[in-house]
Ligand binder design. Structure first.
Ligand SMILES: Cc1cc2nc3c(=O)[nH]c(=O)nc-3n(C[C@H](O)[C@H](O)[C@H](O)COP(=O)(O)OP(=O)(O)OC[C@H]3O[C@@H](n4cnc5c(N)ncnc54)[C@H](O)[C@@H]3O)c2cc1C
Length: 306
């Protein structure tokens, strides 16, 4: 069984930053990623809010992060981690066919955005359909957009979007929002927001970009079609949790609870990026978490060896 001081699980911005820091510390570590390195960066067209870089494409930032790692030597596994066990101060991982052992583990496996489940949804993702208003709202300034969702996050993002767009149509499956009253009041006061209650989005239309959305009333079954250039799907998200051990402490939504140094409740196990319990899930915060986690993991190793 291959044995390491540290293993990083996931090579999105959190994992790639953790790798850069561990490499510069000279740690013996491995990076395990099931896909192409870059994580969600590879789904982003242009990034408007990464400090110091003007509108890089997502893949350009991913390539640059990879390029920075080229001068360092560490092991890479391109495979999926399916299980992990924390026992006697060590962590063992099932990574594809390989069993790996490590003194410290940094979990950077990200999250899944809940989707509508429509046939053309993937085709329009990044071409009108977005799962993050904080990230993409600016691309829709002065245009007509929709938002699917009814919770606190959906309403918060709707208020933020309404300030930028010409018209916002809010689609919810329920008869009323499941959100704080204060947010509901804010939304109702906005003149450019039209709320459609008890409806389901049934189809997305367009050639290469989203052009319109069809909805069906859950009461009458009647259908309507609205022209719009953007649709924000804010139906919640869930961490990539398939391999979590039972003892790992999670928040009510299933995200990993850490302290400010990215330490979980399991000694030697750290979490960074979108997978941990926090409010701001962005590239820059994922990178910051990755740096902090690597630093904390290295301090943990130094203390263990002292
Ligand atoms: C469409 C879109 C647009 C966005 N736009 C912006 C933006 O403009 N600005 C901004 O700051 N943020 C933006 N974001 C958010 C940003 O991309 C994320 O906050 C950031 O990528 C989180 O980084 P991460 O490393 O935590 O996770 P991720 O980027 O999700 O990386 C996780 C990695 O772990 C790997 N992995 C998962 N499970 C396993 C496993 N079991 N075994 C091995 N590997 C595994 C995955 O393949 C993935 O590569 C956007 C997100 C989306 C979806």
């Amino acid at each position: 069984m291959n044995s390491y001081d540290a293993i990083i699980l996931g090579a999105g911005p959190a994992g790639l930053t953790a790798a850069l820091y561990l490499a510069r510390f000279g740690a013996k570590f491995a990076l395990v990623e099931k896909m192409t390195p870059g994580g969600l960066l590879l789904q982003i067209f242009e990034i408007e809010n990464y400090p110091g870089l003007i509108m890089p494409k997502g893949y350009e930032l991913a390539d640059a992060m990879e390029e920075q790692l080229k001068e360092f030597t560490f092991d890479r596994y391109q495979t999926c981690v399916t299980a992990l066990e924390h026992k006697d101060g060590k962590v063992t991982l099932q990574a594809g066919e390989e069993a790996l052992e490590t003194k410290t583990l940094i979990i950077c496996a990200g999250l899944h955005y809940n989707k509508l489940g429509l046939p053309d949804e993937d085709r329009f993702t990044g071409r009108g359909v977005s799962y993050c208003a904080l990230c993409d709202a600016n691309f829709f300034k002065g245009r007509v957009v929709g938002l699917a969702g009814n919770g606190n996050q959906a309403l918060e993002e709707a208020v933020h979007l309404a300030a930028l767009v010409r018209e916002l149509r809010l689609f919810m499956r329920t008869a009323a929002p499941q959100a704080d009253r204060v947010l509901q009041k804010k939304l109702l006061a906005l003149k450019n927001v039209v709320i459609h209650k008890e409806v389901a989005i049934t189809a997305l239309h367009g050639e290469s970009e989203l052009e319109a959305v069809s909805i069906r009333s859950l009461q009458s079954g009647e259908t309507e079609k609205f022209a719009m250039s953007g649709l924000f799907v804010i139906e919640g998200m869930r961490p990539v949790s398939e391999f979590f051990p039972r003892e790992l402490v999670l928040d009510a939504d299933g995200f990993i609870v850490t302290d400010t140094e990215m330490r979980t409740n399991l000694p030697g196990v750290f979490a960074a990026g979108d997978i941990r319990s926090k409010l701001c899930r962005q590239i820059v915060t994922a990178a910051g978490d990755g740096a902090t986690a690597a630093n904390a993991a290295y301090s943990y190793l130094e203390l263990a060896d002292a």
